[in-house]
Write a protein that binds this ligand. Sequence first.
Ligand code: AMP
Length: 423
Amino acid sequence: MLHYQGGCVPIRIFFTFAAMKTVDTLNFSGKRVLVRVDFNVPLDKKTLAITDDSRIKATVPTLKKILIGGGSCILMSHLGRPLKKLKEDGTVDYEKYSLKHTVQRTSELLGVPVHFASDCVGKDAYELSASLKPGEVLLLENLRFYKEEEKGDVTFAEKLSKLGDVYVNDAFGTAHRAHASTAVIAQFFPKAKCFGYVMAKEVANAEKVMKNCERPFTAILGGAKVSDKLLIIENLINIADNIIIGGGMAFTFMKAMNGKIGNSLCENDRLQLTRDLMEKAKAKGVNLLLPVDSKCGENFSNEAATQVTASNQIPDGWMALDIGPKAIDEYKKVLVTSKTILWNGPMGVFEMSNYEAGTKAIAETVAEATTHGSFSLIGGGDSAAAIYKFGFENKVSYVSTGGGALLEYFEGKELPGIKAVME
Ligand code: AMP
């Protein structure tokens, strides 16, 4: 196996943690602080109760810092995509997507009452924000009830800006979006804007991997589609020593090498691109690992008959739904000797008990490597869900709250939500 000599190859980084101004640097006394938070939490379909409050919990230290510093907080967030996911009759589901469902939990976590404005702009919101006293908290209704939010409308951003004296962005999950509340609004606070702790922590941890990684550095990439991960694989080929591939995306690679993949997931329009990636990895001496064997199901179901086969010999009609035991062993060996680990995407359909073994084994091994001193960063989304499902969230170095934003960071892209506050 070949490794790069020396440190990480310099790749495009648009900002650094050291240059980020956080809530530690501003005086909040008597100020109304408009905080962009990420309260996009999952809700129970029937009761609309929060099923995972980790995003709210994550931002509590930032909010407490402002409140203890004598400021008041006006919280703004989105929840889901209400204008894209309409009711059957074509109208907006204001009840399902209301942020009022998060008021009680936020109040419990902060230990203070949380007022709620049933519109994020307009008379009610302005009056409530104007009457806030130091130590008080106001939560605004879902920003995405307005199409102007996702469009990055300047007038809408200006209206929002009138609700506070200081702007704090603590929503890493939307940092890759140039929306009104995440990026455009920052221009109205030229001297009174900064980042919250979630933002700062996310960037600091991503930087540990991108800029200061200890070697060997192993990236584990899984999930359904290779098309979602092409750019990140391409960029990581410049810095990683090992890239472990799992999940449905492995089978586009298998087919690209003329393997028999049965009914496994495959993106036929990406075959050449995956061949190019394999060539690039080889040319750079990066060890790109594909699963040698797979656990296959007769159909996409936990009740279906299963068998383990070579990943390039999957019988007709069968589909690979998890990495197999030999692949697990091989991946484990690489992981236990890795000093830096980045994981994004499950190894199989971990939601079904028959196909969870690969993802579980990887989670366990990442935790074990961390116990022995490795740095491990778990990308949000499904890999974070898997880490929680198998109970290893406290045994890895950091679980990111922002799937899409983290991926774009690792793709080497500039994140508008960060750029706007840095400017
Ligand atoms: P992604 O959003 O691309 O990270 O994909 C995550 C999803 O990929 C999860 O819901 C998994 O169930 C699914 N997945 C992982 N491996 C496979 C596979 N071999 N075949 C089909 N789906 C898979």
